[in-house]
Ligand binder design. Sequence first.
Ligand code: NAP
Length: 286
Amino acid sequence: MARVAFVGLGTMGCPMAGHLARAGHEVVVFNRTPAKAEAWVAEYGGRTAATPAAAAEGSEAVFTCVGNDDDLRQVTLGDAGVVAAMAPGALYVDHTTVSATIARELAAARDDLLVLDAPVSGGQAGAEKGALTVMCGGTPEAFAAAEPLLAAYARRSGLMGPAGSGQLTKMVNQIAIAGVVEGLAEAVNFALAAGLDAGAVFGVLGQGAAQSWQMDNRAATMAKGEYDFGFAVDWMRKDLGLVLDEARQLGIALPGTALIDQFYGDVQGMGGQRQDTSALLRRFRR
Ligand code: NAP
């Protein structure tokens, strides 16, 4: 069992760190809002640290799961960040969804660490059930060191290539999800406008070629106007911003994704910032 540090006990980080503790690892946690770290320790044991650096000192592995590039820069390379505090040879795994640029920067920050960019898919429910998909970028040595630890909360983890490849894979995921959710929003709106029973419609369609995770898990709740299922519109806009920046650098067009990004902007304008991504339907049914 390892001594590990976990920085960022939000919707995702809190249960992920909990799974590491339940798997028997000795976990030291840091959270910007200390009350959340104290509540975590009350539930799972372990101990809190006053700064990210203090959590990282003496840890064999350090995990971060914060918000965006700026947040990640602060807890890694900023004052009292984890990077300078880590012991030579230790493993650093970042689960935040950020740019491939900062992922590569962190991988290059020190040459005596094992570093993985490792964004996740599966949402709050996946984190709580320990059934996340983890997309990794880094060296085979870093992935081999991380895999037994990731097993505490991953249903599937894979090495996608060198540093940054985990984040690029997450971008592929978000492009695919955006299109599916917009399609489903239009489908639900059509079904309701046509006077069909949405439960019956999606119960049948879920057995056919239009089936998707989003259809199975969100069509019924969308039809009821319920949008309180974790992955927030604000996060999706952040992710689509990363996707569109990367596409510009690659010199490729993502016309559908760019349009859906604007649709999510509309939902933010309706006050839906913290609603989940299926709130795209609100553009049609307020
Ligand atoms: P969240 O609930 O908002 O939690 C964010 C965490 O990061 C909190 O612990 C927060 O501390 C901390 N944090 C943010 N900025 C910080 C800073 N500058 N310095 C120190 N700590 C900071 O977010 P989440 O839903 O767990 O998402 C975390 C990451 O996972 C995001 O990149 C998101 O895109 C990605 N993700 C989320 C989901 C999902 O379904 N939620 C799914 C896949 C991927 P405080 O408690 O002090 O605010």
